[in-house]
Design a protein. Structure first.
Length: 163
């Protein structure tokens, strides 16, 4: 009888622990996710003489594949974008992002590339609308035990879509 009472007393605590473990497991699953360029959409090109601080505005679309048997969750992605080997911009995705087990999903990252200080090869690539691109970042996951981060990197040469 005492064992039954003890089991009934511990059951809520153990089920709460299971919830925390699922929370952590889903966030750690992102470390095994595969990130790849899907497309880069050129949204606007400012005219240098008509616009102060001219820039190219893009949407970088990554395909994220979750090979895990559980949902993978990403709390934050800090990223740096390279064009023809030159650093051209950086940003952060701070929305909750989840990918079901065994599936893929698009992750859209905004990017503004200022013309000022842009290397000649990167500028030529923008104008030609074809470039070697690299995204390097750090996927951040928040857990009850603190923040963990996993490196993310993907490279591809592709056409810039849009406009």
């Amino acid at each position: 009888m005492k064992r039954l009472a003890l089991a009934l007393t511990l059951m809520p605590a153990l089920s709460g622990c299971e919830g925390v473990m699922d929370f952590i497991a889903q966030r750690q699953a992102i470390s095994k996710a595969e990130f790849a360029f899907e497309r880069v959409e050129l949204q606007s090109l400012d005219v240098p003489l008509l616009t102060p601080d001219p820039k190219a505005t893009m949407r970088v679309v990554l395909k994220v594949k979750n090979p895990n048997g559980i949902t993978a969750r990403l709390d934050r992605l800090d990223y740096t974008f390279f064009l023809e080997g030159a650093k051209v911009g950086e940003g952060a995705m701070t929305d909750d992002f989840a990918i079901d087990a065994g599936s893929s999903r698009e992750l859209v990252l905004p990017l503004a590339i200022p013309y000022l200080g842009l290397s000649e090869p990167a500028l030529k690539a923008l104008l030609a609308r074809r470039a070697a691109m690299t995204l390097k970042g750090s996927s951040q996951i928040d857990t009850p035990l603190g923040r963990l981060s996993y490196p993310v990197e993907t490279s591809h040469t592709m056409d810039l879509q849009g406009l």
